[in-house]
Structures are given as structure tokens and as C-alpha cells.
Design a protein around this ligand. Structure first.
Ligand code: ADP
Ligand code: MG
Length: 349
């Protein structure tokens, strides 16, 4: 994971906005041919090529989307970038640039913002994306981060949520549910810590879960792999809210039904053992957990031989006519209507 710890505390007011921006952006080395002008003018300038341009934006608010008592700032910066890049990859695109806007209350020191930017810069480096601008302002309470990602995709390769056909296979990358359980583990540790501030966190058995919560990776590799395998998904979405709600989106936009097979949902061993320990149902966690940032897509059956046996991909179901409805086929071979359960539905269990 990303290490972080700093001792000195420099008030942001001692620099002022322009010096702060300069400080946060001076290390940027632009990597993309298409970035003509980055930070430093009234606008960034990017080349307009023959491909389609993809734009996506997200706003993260302290206390609503993140809690700084669990997530180190460096991880937050990294994750904030991942959330956006994931949306670009979900269109089957390549991410090229991001802008980052932040609002900070006076509780944040320069060192704190530096940590946030370490995570942002690392994400840009790992994913070959340029940070080309943003905005910096103050907030009366807490931190806000808004990131916009810009990407591109060839016209013939763009994948929408709406392109699935009846009979297509439903495929997911990676495994599901770990990020949600990681959050449960971190919350539990926070409560232990509040009772006994000398308690040492016991996270060894949950390392994968915590990593998935604190340092998610957007699936650029899957988009590249599909392209190499010459598989063009018929529809695609990234899993930010949980498998069931994303399946419902694909079905609704493609005007289809779906059968999802419970026994095919990919789960890591730590997810299975932690669900047992926490007395949770692992299928419910995968369906409703969220924040996995895996890709969920459909492919024509004729493409099945190309993905068969691929350890990164699981076929979890297939699309049907809309009139057949959207169902989970359980291990006991029962057919249950799939509903969008959010975060809150899980809390009540
Ligand atoms: P303006 O007054 O024209 O909005 P700013 O002083 O806000 O200009 O920004 C100056 C430059 O610094 C611009 O290129 C802008 O995109 C960039 N910038 C501002 N804030 C950030 C930030 N938080 N991260 C990255 N770049 C930033
Ligand atoms: Mg500005």
C-alpha cells in the first residue's frame, strides 16, 4: 500500500493560492502527445484528433464520500483519480488527462495537501495520464475534491451501456465484494480504537480487503486485454455501486432481461472467510457492496472461446428478452428477482 506520514505542519495561508498551485504542480512532466498546454494558463489545451472524446467528472465530499479517519490522504488522492479513470475504461476508452479541483478548510496543512497530491501524481504516472489543470479554493468546512477525466476512443470501439443483445454473455473482471468488506473492517478498527486508543489495528487477515477499499485500481488492463483478444463488448459499465445495480443499468439501457448465476460470482477467499466471521452473506455483499471498480460487460456468444479460461474474467450470466425479467439463479436453483440494493440495505442486515 501507499505509505505516508509527515511531521511538520505548514499553514496554507503562509503560501497563498498561487504558490500553493505552483507547489502542487511543479513536478508535472506531461506524458501525452495530445496535451498541448497543461497547468499555467487560463485553459489547458488538448489536441482534437479523429477519435471520440470522453469526459467524466466526479465530486467527492468529506463526510459524505470519504472519512479521513480511515483513509490516508495519499490513498484518497489515488482513489479519487481511479474513480474517474474507471468511467473512461467503462466506455472502452483510453484516459489521457485529468483536472483536479480542491476546496480546503483551514484545518488542512500544506503537508496534508502534498500527501493528497502524491497520490494523485502516482495515479497519473501509473496510468499514463497528464494532470493538466484544476482550481483551488477554500471551504468553510472540510475538503472537497472534484476530478474530471478526459479520454478518447475510436468511433468503432466506443461501448455504451445500451448495446447488449439477448443471448449475450454477462462477464465481470476480477472479484467482487472486497472493497465493501474492507470498509467494514476499517470501521470496526476505528471503533476499537475509540474505546482503547492504544489498540494496534489487526488487519493482517484482511489485507486484500483493506487494499481494495483504500487503493482500488481501475481496470485499464482489462480494456487493453480485450482489445488484444479482439473482443469488443456489446455493452459495458464499471462497478461502483454494486453488481446488482450495475446489472439493472445494463438491462434498462439495453432493454433486456438477465439471468445472473449466484455460483459464478467471483469471490476472493478473504471475502468468503470474512463474510463467515461477520455473519454476512457473501452474495449480498457482492451484489450490493460497491466500490469494486471492476468492469461488467456483455459479449456475443461467438466471442466466448476468446475469453474462456481467462483468469481475469468470469462469465456470470446471460442476457434475455426484457419480458423474462432480471433474476438471480441461486445455488439451490431458485429464481429470485434481482433488485437494486444500495449501501443502506446492507447496513440493516
Ligand atoms: P484562473 O484564475 O484562470 O482560474 P487559477 O489561478 O485558478 O487560474 O489557476 C492557474 C493554473 O493552475 C491553471 O492552469 C489551473 O488549471 C491550474 N490549477 C489551479 N488549481 C489547480 C489544482 N488544484 N491542481 C492542478 N492545477 C491547478
Ligand atoms: Mg481558478
Amino acid at each position: 500500500m501507499l505509505e505516508s506520514k509527515r511531521e511538520s505542519r505548514t499553514a496554507i495561508s503562509s503560501l497563498g493560492e498561487f504558490k500553493l498551485i505552483d507547489h502542487l504542480t511543479k513536478q508535472i512532466v506531461l506524458q501525452k502527445k495530445g496535451t498541448i498546454k497543461g497547468v499555467g494558463d487560463d485553459c489547458a489545451v488538448i489536441e482534437n484528433r479523429s477519435s471520440e472524446i470522453l469526459i467524466t467528472t466526479d465530486l467527492l465530499i468529506e463526510g459524505v464520500h470519504f472519512d479521513l479517519s480511515y483513509i490516508p490522504l495519499k490513498h484518497l488522492g489515488y482513489k479519487a483519480v481511479m474513480v474517474n479513470l474507471s468511467d473512461i475504461y467503462a466506455m472502452n476508452g483510453t484516459a489521457n488527462q485529468i483536472t483536479v479541483s480542491i476546496a480546503l478548510s483551514n484545518r488542512f496543512t500544506l503537508e496534508a495537501v502534498e500527501e493528497l497530491y502524491e497520490g494523485i501524481h502516482l495515479a497519473c504516472k501509473n496510468y499514463n495520464v497528464d494532470l493538466i489543470g484544476g482550481d483551488t479554493t477554500s471551504s468553510t468546512k472540510g475538503m472537497l475534491i472534484s476530478i474530471t477525466a478526459i479520454g478518447e476512443v475510436k468511433k468503432k470501439d466506443v461501448v455504451y451501456r445500451s448495446g447488449a443483445k439477448a443471448g449475450d454473455l454477462l462477464v465481470v473482471s476480477g472479484d467482487l465484494g472486497a472493497a465493501y468488506l474492507g470498509l467494514q473492517v476499517l470501521e470496526r478498527e476505528k471503533q476499537v480504537f475509540q474505546v482503547n486508543p492504544n489498540a494496534q489495528p489487526e488487519l493482517n487477515n484482511y489485507s486484500y480487503l483493506v487494499e481494495r477499499q483504500l487503493k482500488p485500481e481501475a481496470r485499464k488492463d482489462i480494456v487493453e486485454m480485450l482489445s488484444e483478444m479482439e473482443v469488443l463488448p456489446t455493452s459495458m459499465i464499471d462497478i461502483s455501486d454494486g453488481l446488482s445495480s450495475e446489472i439493472l443499468h445494463l438491462c434498462k439501457q439495453s432493454k433486456l432481461g438477465c439471468n445472473l448465476h449466484e455460483d459464478k460470482i467471483p469471490l476472493d477467499q478473504q471475502v468468503i472467510s470474512t463474510c463467515e466471521e461477520f455473519n454476512m452473506n457473501s452474495t449480498t455483499v457482492a451484489l450490493s457492496g460497491g466500490e469494486d471498480y471492476e468492469l461488467l460487460f456483455t459479449i456475443a456468444q461467438s466471442d466466448f472461446p476468446k475469453i474462456k479460461g481467462n483468469p481475469n474474467l468470469s462469465v456470470i450470466g446471460y442476457m434475455t428478452e426484457e419480458s423474462e425479467g432480471i433474476h438471480l439463479i441461486t445455488r439451490a436453483n431458485q429464481k429470485i428477482e434481482l433488485i437494486a440494493q444500495g449501501w443502506n440495505a446492507l447496513e440493516k442486515e
